[in-house]
Design a protein around this ligand. Sequence first.
Ligand SMILES: Nc1nc2c(ncn2[C@@H]2O[C@H](COP(=O)(O)OP(=O)(O)OP(=O)(O)O)[C@@H](O)[C@H]2O)c(=O)[nH]1
Ligand SMILES: [Mg+2]
Length: 298
Amino acid sequence: MSDDFRSGFVALIGRPNVGKSTLLNRLVGQKVAITSPVAQTTRNRLRGILTLPQGQIILVDTPGIHKPHHRLGEILVQNAQGVVKSVDVVLFLVDGSQPAGGGDQFIADWLATQKTPVLIGMNKWDACPRHQAAAITQSYQQLLPNAPVLAFSALTGEGIPELQEQLLQMLPPGPCYYPPDMVTDQPERFIMAELIREQILHLTREEVPHSVAVTIDQVEELPHITRIFATIIVERPSQKAIIIGHQGQMLKTIGSRARAEMQKLVDGPVYLELFVKVEPKWRETPHLLRDLGYRPEP
Ligand SMILES: Nc1nc2c(ncn2[C@@H]2O[C@H](COP(=O)(O)OP(=O)(O)OP(=O)(O)O)[C@@H](O)[C@H]2O)c(=O)[nH]1
Ligand SMILES: [Mg+2]
């Protein structure tokens, strides 16, 4: 390790759906966080680790900041805000394909009251209409006049090397906090549950995605196959019916797509069995939220 090795923590902060988790996966080069077109996909703070010859960047993904409508939402927003105090740099991620809006202004005003240095990251640059690029960039620069601004695309990879370089420059000299081959701090079981929830976010609509939680009940690592038993929890019988689908077709599709993702994760064959359970109001019930892993973080 050279003397000028740099390292530290970078929080990914921004509105829901701007691409924080997609960027995390792109930077660490592996899928450690689930992503979807549905806002409020991420529910847990999650670290992704990128080790380079010149340094180690530890990215902290957070739930998108929005106006909370229920207890789960409140916990998620509080936790995202709490992260900022504990990191070296905030990467304030915005949707660079359109001008700044009220939600960005709200986050920027709050970041301006914090001591942590901020880099504004304009993601989705691939989708930015070129004739509007200058005006859009200016609308974000105005939010925090002293913060550097970079444009890139987590989807195509354009501008990502420059982003890595800029983040390294903003980090202090420091040690390798995690082993170089480690890409996340999340246990495999958590990622398995998330891969199931990801398929539900992609395949169902309206109120169903937000009413779903997933638990992994058992993992059996046999010599030739990994057997996984999981439960999908919903709030109402009508949602259970949607998840199961006509003649069980929806559950089958969720299962086979999640299984394909899990096989990449464990690098071997997977057998997946899914159960569906109704748990009325789990999003408002403190002990259920706790059991499902959604809790206020320090
Ligand atoms: N065109 C384009 N789409 C992107 C890019 N990055 C992410 N997306 C898409 O934006 C949507 C949201 O991505 P996520 O990574 O789940 O967003 P997020 O900010 O983590 O969202 P929350 O967890 O809900 O706060 C997905 O459909 C992504 O495919 C990008 O650079 N360009
Ligand atoms: Mg996310």
